[in-house]
Design a protein around this ligand. Structure first.
Ligand code: F0G
Length: 460
């Protein structure tokens, strides 16, 4: 088989700045060893997130110029609405400035004290928006999804038995909706099968509970279904995506992922009464329902992005480049969440650096070393992000996994950039025994990973 090449050529470029190891050591010290505090200009390859970091196409940029900035009834809104409705099949399409704004509006209406929202795995902002209303966010992920070394085709699937237990235990009247996140970002970017979405819907229908998709990475999920699920190999991805949406009663969407834009999102709902309430809230917090916190040009770019994302040459290249990075890291002895997900590789820092205990932050250690050695920015998803302190003893309670996410922005880096990342990781892996952990010297009471300051443990 021939190399799967980038299915585009480059019309506009953005230079990246090269730095020396000595410079990067200084940059790290200045940033208190926290990647969120490193100025982006000092980063060589930025794998912090795949969100809002996509390269837009020439047609999207043309759409930007073509944006209609009318306050009400903008033609760009009608294009956005038509494209989104045709793709998803949902009746009401409500634009928002990003995914979490859609979550905030939805849960402000259906959440509240005593309510429970199940999901395969809630993303942090979804969980936060559910919990902010006083409701409880419950994860019902299949067992395989919790084991990084276990290979499986659909490790993002909902555990149907756990979901039914949640429903019967909590009382159906307390569950205003159930979500499925495709792909499961917090669980390694793993996909959910069509069969699982269908069966989840069937179960929920018996109890009259609506299903809402967290659809950020719907196209990557649809492509995995095409590759892995019997009966879908010959179906166009667009049709597969349409079928996924057909089992749901609505979705929240961060257009910053699979709509290939730098800002935007939407809430889509079949229920007209719920949509009316959502639009009323939208007017208070985001804007008039035909722009919802966005400019007309943003709506044009989203509409165009949603047409481009289901292109199968693009998806083949997208999924293959993530898989290629994963395969090469495994070959270099770097353990990862297997199999590779759709948008990112998650390195298993706990297995890679067993000599660094969770309270010395193995993930943060790897994040800092990837930057120091190669100018690569990644993010820890482990004890820094999710660690809590025991109220009685003050000792750290760690999450089950210590991961480092290498998220690939869409259409931004070429294969030689990925090869460079692999070379840096190989170099770090060869010297891993010599790495030492970190301690936190300053932290916020909530979401500490964004602002915490660290100190290397070798420095006394
Ligand atoms: N749901 C999922 C599954 C996400 O991954 C994100 C964002 C959101 C909702 C919220 O969307 O950022 O537009 O408000 N994920 C980004 C990330 C931040 O880096 O994974 P948003």
């Amino acid at each position: 088989m021939k190399t799967i090449i980038e299915p585009f050529k480059i019309k506009s470029v953005e230079p990246i700045r090269f730095t020396t190891e000595a410079e990067r050591e200084k940059i790290l010290r200045f940033a208190h060893y926290n990647p969120f505090m490193i100025p982006a200009e000092d980063v060589l390859i930025d794998l912090l997130t795949d969100s809002g970091t996509s390269a837009m196409s020439a047609r999207q940029w043309a759409g930007i110029m073509d944006g209609d900035e009318s306050y009400a009834g903008s033609k760009s809104f009608f294009r956005f609405e038509r494209v989104t409705r045709e793709l998803t099949g949902f009746r009401n399409i409500i634009p928002t400035h990003q995914g979490r704004a859609a979550e905030k509006i939805l849960f402000s209406i259906i959440g509240g004290k005593g309510k429970i929202i199940p999901n395969n795995t809630h993303f942090d902002t979804t969980r936060a928006n559910v919990e902010f209303t006083g409701a409880e966010a419950v994860d019902c992920l299949v067992e395989a999804g919790k084991h990084p070394e276990v290979r499986g085709d659909f490790k993002g699937n909902m555990d149907l038995a756990a979901l039914e237990q949640t429903i019967t235990r909590s009382g159906v009247e307390n569950i205003p909706a159930c979500m499925i996140t495709v792909t499961n970002n917090s669980g390694g970017g793993q996909p959910v099968s069509m069969q699982n979405i269908r069966e989840t819907k069937k179960l929920l229908s018996r109890y009259g509970i609506p299903l809402i998709l967290d659809a950020c990475r719907f196209a990557e999920n649809a492509y995995f279904i095409k590759l892995r699920e019997p009966g879908y190999a010959a179906k166009p991805v667009r049709e597969i995506a349409h079928e996924m949406f057909s089992y749901a009663d609505g979705c929240t969407m961060s257009a910053k992922k699979d709509a290939l834009v730098n800002i935007g999102g939407f809430l889509a709902l079949n229920d007209d009464a719920l949509a009316r309430q959502a639009r009323n809230l939208l007017i208070v917090t985001e804007g008039f329902p035909t722009y919802g916190g966005l400019a007309g040009r943003d709506l044009e770019a989203i509409a165009q992005g949603l047409e481009e994302i289901v292109d199968e040459d693009y998806l083949r290249y997208r999924i293959r480049s993530v898989e290629y990075l994963g395969e090469r890291l495994l070959a270099a002895g770097v353990p990862i969440v297997e199999p590779p997900g759709g948008h990112a590789i998650y390195v298993d820092a706990k297995r890679m650096l067993p000599h660094i205990p969770p309270h010395e932050y193995p993930g943060q250690t790897l994040v800092c070393e990837l930057f120091r050695a190669g100018g690569i920015r990644s993010v820890e998803i482990g004890s820094v992000m999710f660690g809590r302190y025991d109220a009685a003893t003050g000792s750290l309670i760690s999450p089950p996994m210590e991961l480092v996410r290498l998220a690939l922005p869409r259409r931004v880096y070429t294969q030689s950039h990925v090869d460079y990342v692999i070379e840096v990781a190989e170099d770090v892996a060869r010297r891993k025994e010599a790495l030492r952990g970190f301690r936190i010297v300053e932290e916020a009471p909530m979401l500490r990973h964004f602002t915490a300051k660290f100190e290397p443990l070798s420095v006394k």
